[in-house]
Ligand binder design. Structure first.
Ligand code: SAH
Length: 253
């Protein structure tokens, strides 16, 4: 295996609440054809299942090694870059890429980081909340009158573009190579957002009864930059200090 293609080992495909086990098998096959092997299943309706085995053909190893988890957060906790896929536009516009540009953006991260590509339910796709867990959104530019691809075919297109990007970049270079801190994981970011939300409530800036889209927009803002662990812990330090001030001011009243 060439070194460039071996980078694909750091990509995980995450399927959220898949209904038809045949699609899980189809995804496993699409992955193996493109050299991907790490499949995460968030609460699949039926798995293991004979139909998954039939559709996987010679990719049974991908199925056998699939990791089944209860929540999307568990599936992406240790990932530094999370890509969500969507068959249609959503209420809050997010940085939106086509699969080719997306693969180019993912490639530099692959040398030192875990990257997740997240796919939604057959009937409803990903919820807005799930999409807001993602740094980037990808849409395969399909026919506007019929935009939704079969799940395994959507995985095939993304995996193909990832493979092509690796092959085109035999010598990959990471723009963050030599960085002095590890990138923050999805788990670090979730804890940061919980802390941020609570601080904004304490300050009276975020009204829990009328939150508007404040947290969604802040999530979008932060997702445009890849923060490292030190930056997240610095921001959390600022939040803790702010909370202490707010509490002191409250006591003085
Ligand atoms: N009816 C759903 C479509 C679900 S298709 C909806 O309107 O959202 C199942 C999954 O396949 C999607 O969640 C997405 O992960 C992927 N998918 C299908 N078509 C896609 C497209 N054109 N671009 C990107 N992902 C797509």
């Amino acid at each position: 295996m060439s070194q460039a293609v071996s980078l694909l080992e750091n990509v995980r495909i995450v399927l959220v609440h898949t209904t038809h086990p045949g699609n899980i098998g189809g995804v496993a096959r699409a992955m193996k054809n493109m050299g991907l092997s790490r499949l995460y299943l968030v609460k699949p309706k039926h798995f293991p299942d004979e139909q998954a085995v039939w559709r996987a053909a010679s990719a049974l190893d991908v199925l056998d090694n699939a990791v089944v988890v209860e929540t999307l957060d568990e599936a992406i906790a240790d990932c530094s870059l999370v890509v969500g896929t969507s068959a249609r536009g959503r209420r809050i516009p997010w940085p939106l890429l086509n699969p080719r540009d997306c693969a180019e953006q993912i490639l530099p991260a692959l040398a030192n980081n875990e990257v997740a590509c997240v796919f939604g339910r057959e009937d409803r796709g990903l919820t807005n909340e799930e999409l807001q867990r993602c740094n980037l959104h990808v849409h395969i530019p399909t026919n506007e009158d019929y935009s939704s691809l079969n799940l395994a075919m959507a995985v095939q297109v993304i995996a193909y573009e990832l493979r092509m990007a690796c092959l085109a970049n035999e010598i990959s270079h990471d723009e963050m190579e030599g960085w002095d801190a590890a990138l923050a994981t999805a788990d670090d970011l979730e804890r940061y957002f919980v802390h941020l939300e609570q601080t904004l409530i304490d300050m009276g800036f975020l009204k829990p009864k009328a939150p508007k889209q404040l947290m969604s927009r802040l999530r979008r803002l932060y997702s445009r930059k890849r923060m490292d662990e030190l930056e997240v812990s610095m921001l959390r330090g600022i939040l803790t200090a702010t909370q202490a001030w707010v509490s002191k001011a409250g006591k003085g009243k």
